[in-house]
Design a protein around this ligand. Structure first.
Ligand SMILES: *Cc1c(COP(=O)(O)O)cnc(C)c1O
Length: 364
């Protein structure tokens, strides 16, 4: 059987070793004679799993002691409303930076929820001669009393990543759904980091929230108990029944990451994979990237063919070569190769080889 490389943006491929382990212990986990998804979330075995997951995540990301880690329902978008409800209260104000489609969605959700609270936003993505680029504003010059600043360091749809740390006078909330643990970050620079699991962590539905303890003192809006960070902390993410199977797989991914050398080793490998693809795109006159060098996403590589009429035939040829899910998001067109932590370098090599071959056959 030849290997299939899955470039889906999300739900994305998971590490093969993790999937194989899950398969081997699906019917009998930990010698219990049942699946991990069939046992009580309050059993001592499952609690031990969650404790180890948190220890591993804290180690992988060097999360300081004054931060809580929550495993929640509702994916990435669930957090768009949770941050508003948890931190804005009735008259709070927040600032959103808009760099692409996910941060735009976060603003829209926030505006829908606030009654007297105020949501301001700044568009930081500029398009010059068809090339997208991030231009960060001088935040210190803004004379406003915001409860938080929200941004998305990796725009999954657009393939735009912000590598610079923000110099923000307000607590920073970051949607790291598609780049969490892809490279080292200093958690202490953030008030809240959240991520839907289905890109770099595990199956969809689960989300991870890393929240600094002082943030929990901010006045909240009336909200559902399951999205209440304070209650989540109090109940060890088990106010209601958590997505236990997703949590188990996330724990296995953390263990795999540690075995693979942690975030430092991943970051090195990720840079290598991205460089292979971008260097090839730049060297070719058949493919183009529409993102400036300094904001090219290491996780989601968006690119376009010289002749867009060949898109369907490119996708078909790729699928025939076992390179799947390369179609760009419908809002931006073109192609997108999502190369998260779980994608081996061989997958990217196979893709470049196919792209080279396809260009050779279709060059005008
Ligand atoms: C995928 C994604 C989301 C949405 O996640 P859901 O789990 O579908 O709600 C939000 N933000 C970013 C940056 C994403 O990549």
């Amino acid at each position: 059987m030849s290997v299939t490389y899955n470039f889906c943006a999300g739900p994305a491929m998971l590490p093969q070793a993790v999937m194989q382990k899950a398969q081997s212990e699906l019917l009998d986990w930990n010698g219990l004679g049942t699946s991990v998804m069939e046992i009580s979330h309050r059993s001592k075995e499952f609690i031990a799993l969650t404790e180890q997951a948190e220890i591993d995540l804290r180690e992988l990301m060097s999360i300081p002691a004054n931060y809580h880690v929550l495993f929640m329902h509702g994916g990435g978008r669930g957090q768009f409303s949770a941050v508003v409800n948890n931190f804005l209260g009735k008259q709070g104000k927040a600032l959103y930076l808009v760099s692409g489609s996910w941060s735009q969605s976060a603003v829209e959700e926030a505006k829908k929820l606030t009654c007297d609270a105020q949501i301001d936003s700044i568009n930081i993505a500029e398009n010059t001669n068809g090339i997208n680029q991030i231009v960060l504003p001088d935040l210190a010059k803004i004379d406003q009393d915001y409860r938080y600043l929200h941004y998305c360091p990796n725009e999954t749809v657009d393939g735009i990543e912000i590598f610079d740390e923000l110099d923000s006078p307000w607590p920073i909330i970051a949607d790291m759904s598609s780049n969490i643990m892809s490279r080292e970050i200093d958690v202490s620079k953030y008030a809240v980091i959240y991520a839907g699991a289905q890109k770099n962590i595990g199956p969809s539905g689960l989300s991870i929230v890393i929240v600094r303890d002082d943030m929990l003192e901010l006045p909240s809006l009336p909200q559902s108990s399951i999205m209440d960070y304070g209650l989540g902390v109090k109940h060890g993410s088990m106010y209601n029944t958590p997505p236990t199977f997703a949590w188990y797989l996330a724990a296995e991914v953390f263990a795999w990451l540690k075995d693979s050398g942690g975030v430092v080793a991943m970051a090195k490998r990720n840079l290598k994979k991205a460089a292979l693809l971008y260097d090839f795109i730049d060297s070719s006159d058949f493919y183009t990237s529409k993102v400036c060098q300094s904001n090219r996403s290491v996780m989601n590589v968006t690119f376009y063919l010289a002749n867009e009429e060949l898109n369907a035939s490119f996708l078909k040829g790729a699928t025939d070569a076992n390179l799947v899910a390369l179609k760009g998001h419908r809002s931006v067109g073109g192609m997108r190769a999502s190369i998260y932590n779980a994608m081996p370098i061989e997958g990217v090599e196979a893709l470049v080889e196919f792209m080279q071959d396809f260009a050779g056959k279709n060059q005008a």
